[in-house]
Design a protein around this ligand. Sequence first.
Ligand code: BGC
Length: 756
Amino acid sequence: MTLHRLYTWIAAATVALAACASTDTKMDQFINDLMGRMTLQEKIGQLNLPVTGDIITGSSVSGDVVGQIERGQVGGLFNMKGTRQIRQLQEVAVERSRLGIPLLFGMDVIHGYETVFPIPLAMSMSWDMDAIARSARIAATEATADGICWTFSPMVDLCREPRWGRMSEGAGEDPYLVSQVGRAMIEGYQGPDLADRTTMMACVKHFALYGGAEAGRDYNTVDMSHVRMFNEYFPPYKAGVDAGAGSFMAAFNTVDYIPATGNRWLLTDVLRQRWGFDGFVVSDYTGISEMINHGMGDLQAVSALALNAGTDMDMVASGYVSTLERSLAEGKVTVEAIDQACRRVVEAKYKLGLFDDPYRYLDPKRAGKEIYTDAHRAEARRLATETFVLLKNDDHVLPLKRQGRIALVGPLANTRANMPGTWSVAATSERYSTLLEAMQRATAGRAEVLYAKGCNVCYDAELEKNATMFGREMRDERDAEVMRTEAVRLAQQCDVVVAAMGEPSEMSGEASSRSQLGILDAQRDLLEALLKTGKPIVLLNFAGRATVMTWEAEHLSTILNVWFGGSEAADAICDVIFGDVAPSGKLSVTMPRNEGQIPIYYNHLNTGRPNPKWFTKYTSNYLDVPNDPLFPFGYGLSYTTFSYSPLTLSSTTMGRDGSVEATVTVTNTGSTAGTEVVQLYLRDLVGSIARPVQELKDFARITLQPGESRVVTFTITADKLKFYNADLVYDCEPGDFEVMVGPDSRNVQRLTFTLQ
Ligand code: BGC
């Protein structure tokens, strides 16, 4: 955050705080009065969150939902688009229900709205927190202009499991980086004032540990030690509480053998009592009724379990509206528990200003002026350029010259619907460019871009169908050999080949787990055939996760990982491949050599038998693959190069209240401007519990002109040294610490200091 922005926010927050005491009393009085007038059924109704997206047919709405709203049995609705439809239903709530309590309107605004930003995983590769906060601010402006006041974002599930398709929705494998990204998004969505017409309530999800699903299979069991939870998986959720997120979503998975949705230790002891969260908790989609499959009882039992655990709102399962009255009569839940959940939901509506004006997010004039604007698109394009990670550029094929003939091939080269990436429900893909269109625009009059698809996503039509759902189909019915030959002939006539390959957008995301992460068969065969032409090849790898690129790294000189860059992805890719912008993305996930290395992450513990050199018998290693990854966490190249001066420390000792400064001078040693992310890692060399071999603690993103140098100083205080010990006490322990600074997690300089 720039200093100026920081000050603006602090000033706004101070005003908000000053107003807080009186607002709270006013809010309490208002809600006490309202709840005093509510029947039990109306209170339970506030806890009900049905889905409406698929029951809207034209201008009419489902009679049942309307009826439920009229009877006061609905607290909110979600995934509906457009002020007209939303207004109709808000009017039913406000004008036709007994107490006129307005509804919450939620949506999965995950990485932008109609202006789609890169998928969250990609955004995290930018390490640019200001830009990420701005993306969320823009998402909130657009979504609120379209009637939405609550987003189911950010997802801060730490993930070391690239088989899991939802790695795409998070910010990678590092607790510190994921926390920073989550905080930036919450700031952007909520702003300093939730009641502002352009801000919306955030929902931190999925609490908790969803990214730890066994074997990377979605919704699967999670089981881990509390030390690991508190030190590694929990910090991003806690950062969400500290950033003031208004709501949390419970995860589908089990935590300590109890589904998160019904886990009182998690939702009450940790979230509320330990961390002080005071917003409301919503279940995930049918998360309550799914506890029946988990073996926790029938719908009545699991609904009572969820309420008693601290789940305030029931998404889609209808368990609360259909069973809580009975459970109350049978003594399985208390009226206090129902009141408390109702109060939390109604408080959220109050904070959003819905009681002042239930139509405050429904100004029909805003959408036309504030959605998908040129300014928003420019911001999305700029951020997208920062997310691409240059993995290899051995022969300096990139940046491409705008001259001669360029062959564009591959299944991702000429598709519109696959550009924005998974979870872009508000996208209007017909307006977005394909890569082919953008490349033709970017080279117009100077170079010729020729296109041949060359292959389908894969040979298996069924697999391709499942990975290109939601109107994103792209299969070509021609014979594979015919398609490949066409592309090879095209390549032969050109100076360079750009291969747009990888995953289609729905190959990652929810319920899109993969067991094999290498490039798919048809695409590999095409690459092999293209290699034989001897033409230089630039691989643009589209991916929603860390994929396995061992073969590509061995055979190709040039690889740019472009993830899914959002609505402006195609232009952003051109900005980078033609050298208008130098790539600056750095990996927020470790890229494995093969699937057998998974889970692989940089901040692991040491073993008693660390492997000094592959292969060594009786050390911790594999017979058939080294331990280290193909590309490490934090890695990414630019078109220029950076040199680091020797690392210095301001002192080799530090008192508990003191600090140590770690300093390097970074110089741009190449001939083009570039941006570098300088990274600080620490290792606690001796502890009461085993400590990771390195942990990211800070970073600085700096832009340097050719020849320019910048002194980068990181201040290390006790806060950066603290961890949860075996008793889950958060503190630092005296002893030696190793300081590591470098351009990625592998390539670091090391020095040591002692905490006294
Ligand atoms: C997902 C959530 C999402 C919800 C509502 C669920 O399937 O797990 O992340 O917010 O649906 O669409």
